[in-house]
Design a protein around this ligand. Sequence first.
Ligand code: ADP
Ligand code: MG
Length: 273
Amino acid sequence: MVNATNDGNPQAGNAVPVLSVRGLTTSFRIGDEWRPVVRNMSFDIAPKETVAIVGESGSGKSVTSLSVMRLLPKGASRIEGSVRLNGRELLTLDSESMRRVRGNDISMIFQEPMTSLNPIFPIGKQIAEAITCHRDISSAEAKSEVLHLLEKVRIPNAKGRFDDYPHQFSGGMRQRVMIAMALASKPKLLIADEPTTALDVTIQGQILDLIKLLQEEEGMSVLFITHDMGVVAEVSDRTIVMFRGEAVETGTTDDIFNRGKHPYTRALLSAVP
Ligand code: ADP
Ligand code: MG
């Protein structure tokens, strides 16, 4: 039987989804009221699959991913529904276990890598810390893994850049450094929230190519968040169109592009050059 929320997912039924979201509803406290900004989102991501969430600014894309990661301010936010990672419910996990999930199983990259990198430490040291905070290995081993990661994300002359600070890298190279840090824990799922939005168009293409390549090399699943349909076409197997907090259409990226029905989907498509 085909699960209605698995629209177009070629792997549905064959494998336990890496991520399975059901009825996700996230609200923020506004005075005495709870205002829902994400309503009843349901989707699966299969092993090695890339799923895109596309929608205009303010539609609830980041809140969806931050709900999955449980990174929203406690007390001011309420998350309902179910979020399963390889079958394990995350919404009811204690905070220590959730911290381990964030450290080991899911990594996130964001729009502006400068805000995630510490400006006062060399990048080699920051990546080494991302490795040693999960695993008990010697500093020599960590250093060789850092080099391996920098080479993996194709930083030219990686060996010579260990002691460089974040500001000594271009925007595109900083995003590569962030991707290297995200890969340090060998995550099952990478959540990329507008990772190319702040970059020049030519650099955007290079970062998208890198993410696709790494996904194949690492066998990760990717949740790719963007407002840009052109980017969706480049990266995703399946696409969720989000509008005002809800998924208005879900399907294979080919279906969305060629047979998208919802007026909002069509409006997004008409903006693609
Ligand atoms: P997108 O990523 O699609 O641009 P967001 O998920 O960031 O949109 O935001 C969705 C809605 O939730 C917006 O109206 C935004 O103002 C609101 N919002 C986001 N974070 C918070 C917060 N911490 N508290 C209150 N409202 C928030
Ligand atoms: Mg956002």
